[in-house]
Design a protein around this ligand. Structure first.
Ligand code: PLP
Length: 410
């Protein structure tokens, strides 16, 4: 066919798998905030899921050394033996869990590990139980893998945690996984040993249900709360539990992309199949940095934890002082999840009626220069999430703006 006879281009047809998935609502709010900033507005963005700290100096130095030593080639598919050894030592030291190196996988972020696990195990229509409010990516990752996210409510009066009776009621013959995230994004709520024990008792009655324990916020935990993970609480579940963790949040390494998982050998091998035909190994230099983060001095964790705790208290106290807003004090992570039912149904001075948490958050951004994320995005309304990984000064100003904004509602 000559150039002039080329048939007209056919419009892109998206695969069914992703047809109903949009770019994350959080990213959309971030883009709108960035747009307002470009227009000269002094917007405070409390939407991001990343620490505002820098990667520790010793970790950066290890990466530089790795580059200079030529550690710049392909590595073992799911992590070098040195990295897997550091991960195994972490599990042993911090969680009392013993894993062989063939029970450990490392990928480009905890996100990749979760995605791989779902791709490796879900057939079309398989069900995955998620607890609302949940990290939005779970639902989309489940859908991409062909699964169905079954939402079970984590009620505010129940501390946003999974009630074992609700779990029991949600399990069907098609349930493949339960996904638990503690401390939680977006609620900050964490599961104590007793609650995990009660959930374990349900799972022990349903041997076809696997558990994905997302522990990425493990180190961001306050007031002496004792972090526990399921494989530790109930060893009889260990042969169907994938324990996921990573460096992004604890070590402020979001851009480096390193997460890991540990579980039964056959699952780790299946995950390797998915990773082998997508990204192959996580970045070699990042792996060297991760070894230093895990094996090196850990003092930075405690320092940053204390700073996050102060900010949490600042935000929670300020929110609870605003009429119409109520916020529980979360045990961990760097998020608050506040109830805004008391401001809904009210009208702004400009005549906007705020019907939903989405309306409330859009108004705060449009007219009061604070970007926060509506609970609707996380499957439980009417709430809004604040990420308090910002300076105390910024947080104070943002809280003043929200309080002043709410005071104008009628
Ligand atoms: N799990 C939860 C609950 C998260 O909030 C995040 C990041 O926002 C991740 C996993 C993924 O982290 P990463 O892929 O950076 O390791």
């Amino acid at each position: 066919m000559s150039h002039s006879e080329a048939a007209p281009a056919v419009p892109l047809r998206r695969a069914q798998r992703i047809a109903r998935i949009e770019v994350s609502g959080i990213l959309r709010i971030g883009a709108r905030a960035a747009q307002l900033k470009r227009e000269g507005r002094d917007v405070i963005v409390l939407g991001a899921g990343e620490p505002d700290f820098d990667t520790p100096t010793n970790v950066k130095a290890a990466a530089v050394r790795a580059i200079e030593a030529g550690e710049t080639k392909y590595t073992q598919l799911d992590g070098t033996l040195a990295l897997k050894s550091a991960i195994a030592a972490k599990f042993q030291r911090e969680n009392g869990l013993e894993f062989g190196l063939d029970q450990i996988t490392a990928g480009a972020g905890a996100k990749q590990v979760i995605h791989n696990a779902l791709m490796a195990t879900l057939d079309d229509g398989d069900e995955v139980i998620v607890v609302t409010p949940y990290w939005t990516s779970y639902a989309d990752m489940i859908a991409i893998a062909g699964g169905v996210a079954v939402q079970v409510p984590g009620r505010e009066e129940n501390n946003f945690l999974l009630d074992p009776a609700d779990l029991e009621a949600a399990i069907t013959p098609r349930t493949h996984w339960l996904m638990l995230n503690s401390p939680s994004n977006p609620s900050g709520a964490a599961y104590d040993e007793a609650r995990l024990r009660a959930i374990a008792d349900v799972l022990l009655r349903h041997p076809h249900v696997w558990l994905l324990s997302d522990d990425i916020y493990e180190h961001l935990i306050y007031d002496g709360f004792a972090f526990k993970t399921m494989a530790q609480v109930e060893p009889r579940l260990a042969d169907r539990t994938l324990t996921v963790n990573g460096l992004s949040k604890a070590y402020a390494m979001t851009g480096w992309r390193l997460g890991y998982g540990a579980g039964p050998r056959e699952l780790i091998a299946a995950i390797a199949v998915v990773q082998s035909q997508s990204t192959s190994n996580p970045c070699s230099v990042t792996q060297a940095a991760a070894i230093e983060a895990l094996n090196g001095p850990q003092d930075v964790l405690a320092e940053r934890r204390e700073s996050f705790r102060r900010r949490r208290d600042l935000v929670v106290d300020a929110l609870n002082a605003i009429p119409g807003i109520r916020c529980r004090r979360p045990e961990g992570a760097f998020y608050t999840y506040a109830n805004c039912a008391g401001v809904l149904g009210k009208t702004t001075p400009g005549g906007r009626r705020l019907e939903t948490d989405t309306d409330f958050c859009a108004w705060l951004l449009d007219e009061h220069d604070v970007a926060v994320v509506p609970g609707t995005i996380f499957g439980l309304a009417p709430y809004f999430r604040i990420s308090y990984a910002s300076s105390e000064e910024q947080l104070r100003t943002a809280m003043q703006r929200i309080a002043a904004a709410v005071a104008t509602l009628a």
